[in-house]
Design a protein around this ligand. Structure first.
Ligand code: HEC
Length: 466
């Protein structure tokens, strides 16, 4: 289990996202006014379209994750009531981290004046205004949020997933045909059939092992069976995808290494839907256009001793580790399953100063994400990082998959639980540790667990699996 977990962990992530969905500043005449004269002048073309185009259309457009498009007046008008309700309650756009606990890129949160403007537009009878005032519609070439990709690869054939039974794990080998080493600054995953894809990991392979495993697979399906990891030591990773993860580009000067001749091995964790389904996904790849001097690496720290009794509505996992070297933290990706309610990660610097890293108060498995900080955070050697996960295994938890609740332990099935955080670090290309790691086959951990606040809880960060 530990080994499987290690491989899984290694691959899980990297990416993420989120288009630039920053809240737009409002024209001053609206910002100041909360009722009266301006209400009559609120209209779709001038006031509402800019909010919707900048904050909603990345997901609410054909082929994307949201259930309907919000790309024009007619569609926004039709859903106006729910739009008013869900923006007022901050359920849309979805954005989980608590404000003030980590400063993130691409924050998807409407400002109070924007929310108010939507309310006033609805009250005013949803007027269209003058179409000449409409801002240009956002463009997504080929359907990709990040723009025209440099390379798009697709699973060579569709995979047929059985209707019933346990979750399925499958690896698909996709040659990249690169004849030189490249740096990747972003990837965007399009699941062929998002209903059944629990998550996907993008491993790199320069050894040809993935191809051998695929050739040796005798079960008749496309690709090969592979739970946990891809069945070999990956030589790199392009991150992964889970529900809610939006594609995002790394800052200039930072990239993921893809060596010449690498195959991409897409590992998909499937959750059968009750009927036979087909899946054929694609990955868009964006290469660095500027020189890269920092490498993006993702390091996990987690706990795999999880045992939550039925009815326990406050099960807490508290785990602390010490950072053994100075690192620059670019982003963070917390991960848990359905019973988790809250995740909080804090760094205590050697000076005693506390730096909040992330706090998600109402964890929702459907809205996971990699969160990139506005500015990379310098974490000095000796910093203690504490991860606190809280779970609710009572019937009061609407995400509880079991009625009545039953005991839930650590595991990879959707119905199991996890307690895991990926720390996304930026490491100098010339860093001795990076060079050493490359020599050792790319698998040496940089972060070593030094101590653990609770001995009963077993650590599952990368070092255990080496
Ligand atoms: C990151 C992707 C994303 C963004 C951005 C987003 N939505 Fe959604 N929206 C979804 C998804 C997915 C659903 C389906 C429900 C769910 O899974 O939570 C949804 C559902 C909705 C619903 C219907 C809920 C229901 O079932 O009645 C409304 C209304 C809505 N969104 C409005 C908006 C508005 C308005 C914005 C922008 C201000 C927005 N959304 C931004 C992904 C998004």
């Amino acid at each position: 289990m530990n080994i499987r977990r290690g491989l899984f962990v290694w691959g899980l992530f990297a990416l993420a996202a989120s288009t630039v969905l920053a809240a737009d500043a409002l024209p001053p005449e609206h910002a100041a006014d909360s009722s009266g004269a301006a209400t009559a002048s609120v209209n779709f073309a001038k006031d509402i379209a800019p909010i919707v185009f900048n904050n909603c259309v990345s997901c609410h457009r054909p082929g994307e994750v949201a259930p309907f498009a919000l790309t024009d007046y007619a569609s926004v008008r039709k859903h106006a009531k729910e739009i008013g309700d869900l923006t007022a309650s901050h359920q849309m756009p979805p954005w989980k981290p608590e404000p003030g606990f980590g400063e993130f890129e691409g924050v998807r949160r409407l400002s109070d004046p924007q929310i108010d403007l939507i309310q006033r537009w609805i009250k005013a009878g949803k007027p269209e205004g003058n179409p000449a005032d409409l801002p240009p519609a956002p463009k997504f070439p080929g359907g990709w949020t990040l723009g025209e990709p440099d390379l798009v690869v697709k699973m060579p054939k569709a995979y047929t997933l059985r209707a019933e039974g346990a979750d399925d794990y499958r690896c698909f080998v996709v040659p990249l045909n690169l004849d030189e080493t490249r740096f990747v600054t972003g990837v965007e995953f399009h699941a062929g059939n998002p209903k059944v894809v629990h998550h996907a990991l993008f491993f790199l392979d320069t050894t040809g092992r993935g191809r051998e495993l695929e050739a040796a697979s005798k079960d008749g399906g496309v690709g090969y069976y592979g739970a946990g990891g891809p069945g070999f030591q990956p030589t790199g990773s392009l991150g992964g995808w889970a529900p809610g993860v939006m594609a995002e580009k790394l800052p200039d000067g930072v990239g993921r290494v893809v060596r010449a001749g690498s195959d991409l091995v897409i590992q998909i964790h499937f959750h059968p839907s009750g009927k036979v389904e087909q899946e054929q996904s694609s990955l868009a790849i964006y290469f660095a256009k500027k020189p890269v001097d920092k490498i993006f690496v993702s390091y996990p720290h987690g706990v795999n001793k999880i045992d939550i009794q039925p009815g326990d509505n406050h099960y807490v996992i508290n785990s602390t580790f010490t950072v053994p070297a100075d690192v620059q933290l670019l982003g963070i990706f917390p991960h848990a399953h359905l019973l988790c309610r809250e995740i909080k990660v804090t760094a205590k610097l050697p000076t005693g100063e506390t730096t909040p890293l992330i706090w998600i108060k109402d964890w929702d498995w459907n809205w996971q994400g990699q969160y990139l900080y506005k500015q990379p955070i310098s974490i000095p050697k000796g910093t203690q990082i504490t991860q606190e996960f809280t779970y609710d295994n009572s019937t009061a938890n609407i995400h509880n998959p079991n009625t009545p609740p039953k005991e839930v332990r650590h595991g990879e099935q959707t119905g199991d639980e996890m307690s895991l955080v990926f720390y996304q670090l930026m490491v100098d290309r010339s860093n001795a540790l990076v060079r050493l790691r490359e020599l050792l086959g790319n698998r040496r951990p940089l972060l070593q667990r030094q101590n653990q606040s609770d001995d009963k809880q077993q650590d599952q960060s990368a070092p255990k699996h080496e």
